[in-house]
Ligand binder design. Structure first.
Ligand code: GLN
Length: 454
């Protein structure tokens, strides 16, 4: 598959040929379930004539169906383009195919989509990760040059790590959320999933920037990172020792190998500690579900979403949500409503917000002494389908990614090695807010020195 960088120099005819080839491979690899649209010879879902980019099914592309992997939105047609789609089109790229995802981006395995699951292209008996599992599987399987995903608590970085590609979550506020269906508004960010670090920088530059249509968009100066990539900078990189202790032996080994490689490349390593991951996990699952319960209240069969049969208003709400939302989403709406309810608000929601501040403080302290943090993406490599015995077990696999969202920081995951079954192991680098340049510089250095082969 051509890289995004290479694709940028193709002429119009070559792009048409590329799309035809892509369409064929997607058709041949339908069993992967990376895309939710059914591609046929006569119908290819493409928003324009630009370089094709796979789009997670929670990003509005005008005139396309937008479902967030949920029955409640089946047949909903996007009335306008998300800002990120406008940005693609301004730069000679275009939306191509809707990628599968966990329902409303709630999940870590892409098993909860109303379209069915997506398979991990490296081993079809394993999950691709989630919630942007379709986007990562498409890139890893050569069914997309690059893709857009969203990351609320790891949904770009973790599927990229499970499938063996690169996934980047920008600083909160860098990329406009206008036109992206909200899961947890204070955590959500859209970002690139690509074949390599340089492509991630290119796509990140294209989608980011201030947008007055998103009130949480950061009006800060923006210097493109891709033209200024420099892997020769010598950086100080922190590792969080108590986090690593919770990872599997193979992930620990990959961490040690990467630390050694970074040191050999001239970077310095410093050792740090952070608060217990169980506090981070509790804070995340309270904040995320609280915001989700508010955001998803609009899908009531009246304002948005498919309406279920009923005889009165209350029954309309009840039947619509019961039939339209899957189990995981219902669970989270209930949990979120509970932690926001009077009498429990202070005990749970306010406390979670306080922990969130402490997490940010701890990161600030680390960044006083370091340029970047190197951390696992997940405690294990991609598990088998059905391996999570409960929602709670699945939540536990998010311990390394969610703190980054709670603190609003940018991070990138890239494959560094494989486990004994040949499954990719991804690690992430985390930078201080708005320091994407250092993030990409460090990631490029790791990528160049680690020599990962697919
Ligand atoms: N797995 C996490 C969750 O379920 C993160 C999902 C995401 O980033 N969208 O909330």
């Amino acid at each position: 598959m051509v890289t995004l960088k290479e694709a940028l120099s193709l002429d119009e005819q070559q792009i048409i040929t590329l799309k035809e080839d892509l369409k064929k491979s997607i058709e041949e690899n339908k069993q992967l379930g990376a895309y939710v649209e059914q591609f046929t010879d006569t119908e290819v879902l493409s928003s324009g004539s630009g370089i094709p980019i796979a789009i997670k099914d929670n990003i509005n592309v005008k005139g396309w169906e937008l479902t967030c992997g949920s029955n409640i939105l089946k047949n909903y047609i996007a009335p306008y383009n998300a800002t990120v789609i406008e940005n693609l089109e301004k730069n000679g790229l275009s939306a191509f195919g809707r990628a599968n995802m966990d329902e409303f981006a709630m999940g870590s395995s892409t098993e909860s989509s109303c379209y069915g699951k997506t398979l991990n292209p490296v081993d079809n008996t394993k999950v691709p990760g989630g919630s942007s599992g379709g986007s990562a599987a498409a890139v890893a399987a050569g069914l997309a040059i690059a893709a857009l995903g969203t990351d609320t608590g790891g949904s770009i970085r973790q599927p990229a790590a499970y499938c063996g590609c690169v996934g980047m979550k920008p600083t909160y506020g860098r990329v406009s959320r206008y036109g992206i269906a909200a899961y947890s508004s204070s955590l959500d960010q859209c970002g690139p999933i690509t074949q390599n670090v340089e492509d991630a920088a290119i796509l990140y530059d294209i989608i980011s920037g201030y947008d007055p249509k998103d009130s949480t968009s950061a009006n800060v100066e923006y210097t493109p990172v891709a033209p200024n990539l420099d892997s020769s900078k010598k950086l100080t990189i922190a590792v969080i020792d108590n986090f690593i202790e919770e990872a599997s032996d193979e992930i620990k080994e990959a961490m040690n190998k990467s630390i050694k490689i970074l040191e050999d490349a001239g970077h310095s390593i410093v050792h740090k500690r952070m608060m217990d991951t169980k506090n981070i996990l509790s804070s995340y699952y309270i904040v995320a579900t609280a915001e989700a319960s508010a955001n998803l209240s609009r899908y009531d069969g009246i304002r948005y979403g498919n309406r279920a049969e009923a005889t009165n208003l209350k029954e309309t709400y009840l039947n619509t949500k019961t039939q339209g939302f899957g189990e995981e989403v219902q669970k989270r709406i209930m949990l979120g409503s509970f932690v926001l309810s009077s009498g429990y608000y202070d005990a749970y929601y306010v406390k979670a917000q306080k922990v969130r501040h402490l997490i940010k403080d701890e990161f600030d302290k680390i960044f006083n002494d370091a340029d970047l943090i190197l951390n696992p993406v997940a405690p294990t490599t991609a598990p088998k389908f059905g391996a999570f015995a409960s929602s709670l077990e699945m939540y536990l696999s998010d311990i390394y990614t969610i703190s980054v969202n709670l603190a609003g920081l940018p991070a990138i995951s890239l494959p560094v090695s494989k486990d004994s079954d040949g499954m990719p192991i991804g690690l992430q680098l985390i930078a201080n807010a708005y320091d994407e340049q250092t993030l990409f510089d460090g990631a490029l250095s790791l990528e160049q020195n680690i020599n990962y082969t697919k």
